[in-house]
Design a protein around this ligand. Structure first.
Ligand code: 5AD
Ligand code: SF4
Length: 483
């Protein structure tokens, strides 16, 4: 949700306000002046391109960044041949970092052709001091570097760069601050992510997120509800509540609220038809949440419940704070209360010290649970995390062989599980025209499975009953059913 503020009414010749978000609206107005000047000189508006790496949190952050750029008057560009290029980076695994460095080389060649081009980097990777050092030394053509805690400051940092004419670096180590009511440009008119909390306190021993996203902070329920009501008024029918660990939502608020309690309030909002959330840490998933899900008409029958490993010994070394048996027991309790639920997960292969036996425990969990899908990752050593200095790092070839075995089995099982709704009629939220088949549209079931069926653009954003004719493993082909 953002304030309806007329930027042209802001006097940019006075001192900037101290308080937020007024300060950022002031800088958006200043950037807009710069945009107009650019337009007068060049006969066109400057263009901006944002590339997002990583998770849903980053995707939502990028919508906020694009909202600021839109307010400032930039025109959206389809690729990096733009006047302003912003990379919102991820660092959860090393290959995410490598991709960014690779792309920076390309940006350098573009900037040589367009010397006025501005390049900005933000997000998780920028919270690592070694990364910022490297960019300062070897990628001197970058103009603005900021992190995860101050994305709301984009306009202010851009203004500083334009005034100072040298690289601007602004990284905060952590923050208590949550700036509300800034603009956001949503990718879809009918569905939206909603941050309910930021940061993570779990310190799983392999994970860099707590270091780059800071300590856990929950937004106040009234702010979240107000935002969702506004989204509903704007035509949004599906919300995805976002947090690294939504199950510990609200614990640190002045008046504590449980995640299940928040869901009950979201359920009441008229116009919202589907509620999703991510991610759930198994150790914090409460009986109350299971009951709320079981009784809800709007909460999607889907839980993303990362298991990471099936070996209790490895789970302990990962600092996950549950055992294999506790995880399986949790799955049983969820399935008893919500029989049609689909479960998805994340699994890491090759954590330090993982033996063949440990790996077989993971395979066993995969067999027993029957996940709808599993995101499988090769363990990536992240500097500064406890696991990075553990002995017994598993040799690459061993990890690769286990990874391939796991992936093959996960795919076999999920093709079977995903077909469970075959020959039934289910509600589909239509998201887009089909990329491959003319005259078809693509949408999702409540459990997130993709469905393609004949239809046209008028269906986008609506929920349609569809008969699921054919299962193709990970998706269905169907036909609209006149129920
Ligand atoms: N190596 C491999 N995978 C990781 N993840 C987090 N950190 C690492 C790492 N160091 C995975 C976890 C998490 C998902 C978002 O990324 O499975 O759930
Ligand atoms: Fe990383 Fe664990 Fe926090 Fe998830 S819960 S972000 S895996 S530390």
């Amino acid at each position: 949700m953002h304030q309806e503020i007329d930027l042209d009414k802001i006097d940019i010749n006075t001192e900037p306000p101290i308080e937020e978000p007024a300060r950022q609206y002031y800088y958006m107005a200043k950037c807009r002046e710069w945009v107009r000047e650019f337009e007068r000189k060049n006969g066109r508006r400057p263009t901006a391109f944002t590339q997002t790496f990583g998770c849903q949190m980053n995707a939502r952050d990028s919508e906020k960044l694009q909202g600021i750029l839109e307010q400032a008057g930039f025109e959206e560009a389809g690729d990096e041949k733009a006047d302003f290029v912003l990379y919102n980076t991820c660092t959860v695994r090393e290959n995410a970092n490598q991709r960014v460095y690779g792309r920076l080389g390309y940006l350098n060649t573009l900037k040589k052709k367009n010397p006025h081009m501005l390049i900005a980097l933000c997000g998780c990777m920028m919270q690592e001091p070694e990364v910022v050092d490297k960019i300062r030394k070897s990628y001197r053509f970058v103009d603005i570097i900021f992190g995860t805690h101050n994305i709301f400051k984009l306009a202010e940092l851009m203004d500083r760069r334009l005034e100072e004419r040298k690289m601007v670096v602004d990284i905060w180590r952590d923050t208590e601050q949550i700036v509300e009511e800034l603009p956001a440009q949503r990718k879809f008119p009918f569905k939206s992510g909603v941050n309910i909390m930021f940061g993570c306190n779990n310190f799983c021993s392999y994970c860099i997120v707590p270091y780059v996203r800071g300590r856990e902070r929950s937004r106040k329920p009234e702010d979240i509800i107000a935002e969702i009501k506004q989204l509903a008024r704007d035509g949004v029918v599906e919300v995805m509540l976002l947090g690294q660990n939504v199950n510990s939502y609200g614990k640190n608020l002045e008046t504590p609220v449980t995640f299940a309690g928040l869901l009950r309030q979201v359920e009441e909002i008229e116009g919202i038809e589907r509620i999703r959330f991510m991610t759930s840490h198994p150790k914090d998933l409460s009986e109350e949440l299971i009951q709320v899900m079981a009784g809800s008409k709007k909460i999607c029958r889907h839980l993303h419940l990362p298991v990471q490993s099936g070996s209790s010994r490895i789970l302990k070394a990962m600092n996950r704070r549950y055992t294999k048996e506790q995880y399986l027991d949790l799955v049983d309790r969820i399935r008893a209360a919500v029989p049609d639920i689909s479960l998805t997960t994340d699994i890491i292969v090759g954590f330090p010290g993982e033996t063949e036996e440990d790996f077989l425990e993971t395979m066993d969990v995969v067999e027993k649970v029957g996940f709808d899908s599993a995101f499988t990752f090769i363990y990536s050593r992240r500097t500064g995390t406890p696991a990075a200095s553990m002995e017994d790092q598993v040799p690459e070839e061993v990890v690769k062989e286990r990874f391939d075995r796991l992936l093959a089995r996960v795919q076999e099982l999920s093709a079977r599980v995903c077909a469970r709704d075959l020959h039934t009629t289910q509600k589909v939220l239509v998201e887009s025209l089909d990329d491959h088949l003319e005259g078809y549209v693509t949408g999702r079931l409540g459990n997130n499975t993709v469905v393609h069926f004949p239809g046209d653009a008028s269906l986008i954003g609506t929920i349609v009953p569809v008969y699921l004719e054919e299962s193709k493993g990970f998706y269905y082909m169907g036909t609209a059913a006149g129920v």
